[in-house]
Design a binder for this molecule. Structure first.
Ligand code: NA7
Length: 547
């Protein structure tokens, strides 16, 4: 980008799963598009989060794009839950095969995006001091992009190595024989702990809130299984349309209260054995709405923790006592087993927080825990953080940060009133579900609304305040039906934003299930996009001249 602003039909922020999918769609509908990416390569989440043990929690065969059947038929998924290297390689393959890099600019962070109402276009500036303009601005900046780092006093004095899971160094970190401290036991910490424990001299885990960790039961995929997967893609994509979490699984229609306690246990056992999210998706359909079912699932997992972890005190610290699902449950790969190792210890920092960091380690309750390396896996400003961290201004200079000060306000999770021609991919208030599928449906919908506007000669697409208010109410109502709504508000959850000090607890996701969301997107197209206005200044002046 030179100092003379380049103009594009569309600018996409981010070359991760969403940005790549959007570029493909926009090429199809003939939009001149540019993707700006802060990293030196594509991948988004799978570019930044290169920590040991980083892998998907979704099964490989549905964590991919539907648009390139040739890649689906030839790609050799190696594991059920692919490692970051595999997902990264897959995304690079897609991008290179489709010669997408020519429309991408790397190592460039978008700093501001201001809507110019006179020109009806967005003006974008980058950290390189460049500017560009566009008609459509697409945020594909991700759900978990902006890392959260607690302001621990004394961190700058630490003499050892500090590592952050979300910006893991490119060099191989040598943990052998080292004293490693790890802060944070969300999905990220849960993946790092068993891997680092294998080589570290000693690993000390600092846990504030325990999680309900389900066994991932990852395994290698052999050629026969790959053939089965390839032969069944049509059926799988159909299932992703009918499964509440957009996974290729037959819908589960079992209701907890219809079964005897013995049957309930057997059903839980089945879900636990098969591993992954199937403990939630293939056991009881009412797990997140029926408090009795939810507590039974929570008790089941607590029992497993006490079965696996030999030291009863450690097992008790690892056992959660809030509603299952209130925090996004991680998948573990020998997670609880790791706490039986002699070189691993657990420090409970719930009631006695980490006080400070010293040159030698961390202090909790007056005791110093010495470390050579500290790993921070302390989470993200999820959902809204990516867009509010950029200086995005819509009509009348109003910022996205101000607009979302009390929680996100969107129409269909794709648009915001006062921010014309700005579209979000897997934005706040879209379903909490398998992301590539949500991205796919969102991008197709964005393509359709843009095509309609262009067919009709309209320049500006804008959500109405009524459309947004209706969606916000709808999303809140859906959330109120879940056990999470009644959950303990003191329990931090990035799904509700209250993991970030000072951030308003709000409904960041649509909990009505993916199929209902897909239906709402389809109906929106069929009904001509209610809750949106389409306008063109030229048409308005022609009408004024004619009257
Ligand atoms: P999470 O799930 O938000 O986990 C962050 C962890 O960091 C969590 O255990 C926090 O404890 C902990 N944390 C944060 N601040 C502190 C302080 N000050 N002291 C101690 N511990 C702290 O983020 P992840 O990166 O693990 O996972 C994010 C998503 O990525 C995940 O859900 C998947 O979708 C993929 P807390 O729970 O707040 O008490």
């Amino acid at each position: 980008m030179s100092n003379t602003p380049q103009h594009y039909d569309a600018i996409i922020i981010g070359a991760g799963f969403g940005g790549i999918r959007a570029l493909h769609e926009f090429r199809k509908i003939g939009l001149k598009t540019k993707v700006f990416e802060a990293g030196t390569d594509v991948g988004g989440t799978w570019y930044w989060n290169r920590y040991p043990g980083a892998r998907t929690d979704s099964e490989a065969w549905c964590y991919c794009y539907q648009f390139d059947d040739e890649i689906l038929q030839t790609w050799d998924w190696k594991e059920r839950m692919p490692s970051w290297t595999e997902v990264f390689a897959y995304l690079r393959k897609v991008v290179d095969k489709h010669d997408m890099r020519r429309d991408m600019q790397f190592s460039t962070r978008i700093q501001s995006a201001h809507f110019d109402a006179a020109a009806n276009q967005w003006k974008v500036t980058t950290d390189k001091g460049e500017t560009a303009t566009c008609q459509y601005l697409i945020s594909a900046s991700g759900v978990l992009t902006v890392p959260y780092m607690p302001p621990f006093p004394g961190l700058e004095t630490f003499k050892g190595e500090v590592l952050r899971s979300s910006s893991w160094p490119r060099h191989k970190v040598d943990f052998a024989g080292k004293r490693v401290a790890l802060v944070g036991t969300g999905a990220t910490g849960v993946q790092i702990i068993p891997v680092v424990a294998q080589v570290a001299g000693h690993l000390t885990v600092f846990q504030r809130t325990p999680n309900y960790v389900m066994p991932g039961r990852n395994h290698y995929i052999d050629e026969e299984q790959r053939e089965g997967i390839r032969a069944n893609y049509d059926q799988m994509w159909n299932w992703t349309r009918t499964n509440p979490f957009a996974f290729p699984m037959a819908p589960c229609n079992q209701m907890f209260d219809d079964y005897t306690p013995e049957q309930q246990q057997r059903i839980f056992d089945g879900g636990w054995e098969v591993g992954g999210f199937r403990f939630i998706f293939e056991t009881f359909a009412d797990m997140l709405v029926n408090p009795k079912c939810n507590e039974a699932a929570a008790a089941y997992i607590r029992n497993k923790i006490h079965t696996v972890v030999k030291d009863p005190k450690t097992a008790a610290i690892l056992s959660p006592h809030y509603q299952f699902g209130l925090k996004r449950p991680p998948l573990g790969h020998f997670y609880y087993e790791t706490f039986n190792r002699p070189n691993v210890s657990l420090v409970d920092v719930k009631d006695t927080p980490i006080e400070r960091i010293t040159p030698k380690g961390l202090v909790v309750d007056g005791q110093e825990y010495e470390a050579d390396i500290i790993i921070f896996a302390t989470g993200f400003d999820g959902g809204t953080g990516a867009l509010t961290s950029i200086d995005v201004r819509g009509r009348n200079g109003r910022t996205m940060k101000e607009t979302w000060a009390n929680g996100p306000r969107t129409h269909m999770g794709t648009t915001v009133d006062g921010f014309p021609n700005l579209f979000m991919i897997s934005g706040p208030q879209t379903p909490f579900a398998n992301i590539p599928i949500i991205i796919n449906s969102g991008v197709e919908w964005i393509g359709k609304i843009i095509q309609k506007a262009r067919r009709d000669g309209e320049i500006v697409i804008e959500a109405t305040p009524e459309g947004v208010e209706g969606w916000v109410q709808h999303v809140q109502k859906l959330f109120s039906m879940t056990v999470m709504d009644k959950g303990d508000h003191a329990v931090h959850s990035w799904m509700m934003g209250n993991n970030i000090p000072g951030k308003t607890r709000s409904v960041l996701f649509y909990f009505g299930g993916a199929p209902m969301y897909f239906q709402e997107l389809d109906e929106s197209v069929d009904m001509g996009f209610p809750g949106f206005t389409f306008s063109a200044p030229e048409k308005a002046s022609a009408r004024a001249a004619a009257s």
